[in-house]
Design a protein around this ligand. Structure first.
Ligand SMILES: Cc1cc2nc3c(=O)[nH]c(=O)nc-3n(C[C@H](O)[C@H](O)[C@H](O)COP(=O)(O)O)c2cc1C
Length: 369
């Protein structure tokens, strides 16, 4: 049904307009108690075997919504209602900003991919913090807060910008993510170099601890798939050294390798996401797990279209997994299908619990070597 609807309606609309239209419907459904109860009951993860403990948090399932879909924290209940067990809001920047000029979001339908150069369009950390403070949750979920650098802030002042967002937002975050991997903010990815990343993560950690004394807010970093393998290792080592809680792998790629879509669309500037990202994201995840093992929680994201993709990420070392682009192509039953298929795979696997399955492929390979 959704695929037909996508072909007849969404595909003919400007992608960003379609996004906001879908967003409005989801929010409306979440505000209508009967509909919300009905949809949430149908789509929520309800498999005992998928109950997950990650980042010190108890979750009903490992699959969540990746950052970028709900930048301003306006549809948390709606997305939770659709069965995403954690919602990562943001990227939120220190100051509000409009993002890049439109058009800035493109669908590569034959590749089941998207290119975006949104440029962190968001209302800024003050406004988002106020919204989170007044939030009255009606659907249970875990909320991650993803923060990034304001475009006009020079790289040399980036730390202060992240710290400002941390001070405003950490209290509302079940976990906090330092995003240094979007290709759409000039210079942002330079912050992935360990000389820049060390002071940044240290300052954000201190700011979170200073602001939230009652608990330790888990801190993660989100990395790009375009990092060289040695740089992936360097981030992994730094994360262990700093006692970071997690790494999210990966953001969108600037690569255009292997696309089948014809025409000028593939040359649009921005980050590529969806199916073509699958292989590299999985590779980065495997590499991270081989390096850090169980010492750090890994979150797998990039090209996860179905339960098999999600299962492969678990076996490669992910404790949590996320998706964005495939939601556009698969529709409202996407999260439910992933949780359902994961539970089925776990039952027929040699692993007793989901925790046993995490990284099993990488461990097997290491033992065989
Ligand atoms: C339109 C769009 C906007 C995005 N915005 C953000 C963002 O603001 N912050 C972020 O960390 N990632 C952002 N992402 C990246 C996603 O969170 C995710 O890492 C990436 O799309 C790979 O997952 P996918 O293949 O399932 O889409 C965005 C992705 C898309 C498609």
């Amino acid at each position: 049904m959704y695929k037909l609807f996508f072909r007849l309606v969404f595909k003919r609309m400007d992608p960003e307009k379609a996004h906001y239209l879908a967003f409005r419907w989801i929010r409306l459904a979440a505000r209508t108690p009967v509909l919300r109860t009905f949809v949430a009951a149908a789509l929520a993860p309800r498999y005992k075997e998928l109950r997950t403990e990650a980042l010190g948090l108890r979750m009903h399932g490992p699959f969540g919504l990746a950052a970028g879909f709900d930048k301003n924290a306006i549809a948390i209940d709606g997305m939770a209602m659709l069965g995403f067990d954690h919602i990562e809001i943001g990227t939120v920047t220190g100051e509000p900003q409009p993002g890049n000029p439109k058009k800035r979001l493109f669908r590569l339908v034959p590749d089941r991919a998207l290119i975006n150069r949104m440029g962190f369009n968001n209302e800024g950390s003050l406004a988002v913090a106020a919204r989170l403070a007044s939030r009255n949750p009606v659907v249970r979920t875990t909320v991650g807060v993803n923060i990034g650098k304001t475009k006009v802030v020079p790289e040399a002042e980036a730390v202060a910008d992240y710290v400002k967002s941390t001070e405003r937002l950490a209290a509302f975050a079940d976990y906090l993510v330092v995003n240094v991997s979007s290709p759409n903010t000039p210079g942002l990815r330079n912050l992935q170099a360990t000389e820049a990343l060390r002071p940044l993560l240290t300052a954000v950690r201190e700011a979170a601890d200073r602001t939230v004394r009652a608990r330790r807010v888990p801190l993660l970093v989100k990395i790009a798939p375009d990092l060289a393998d040695e740089d992936v290792d360097a981030v992994a080592d730094l994360a262990v050294e700093l006692g970071l809680d997690g790494i999210i792998a990966t953001n969108t790629t600037i690569s255009r390798e292997g696309l089948t879509t014809k025409g000028a669309l593939v040359n649009e500037t921005g980050g590529l996401s969806g199916a073509p990202l699958k292989e590299r994201s999985l590779e980065v995840l495997r590499r991270l797990y081989a390096r850090v093992g169980d010492r750090i929680t890994l979150v797998g994201v990039g090209g996860i279209e179905n339960a098999e993709d999600a299962w492969q990420r678990i076996l490669a070392g992910a404790t949590l997994i996320q998706g964005y682009s495939a939601f556009i192509y698969e529709g409202p039953f996407y999260a439910r299908a992933i949780h359902k298929g994961l539970a089925a795979r776990l039952r027929t696997s040699p692993h007793v619990t989901l925790a046993d399955a995490i990284g099993a492929d990488v461990r097997k390979k290491a033992n065989a070597a």
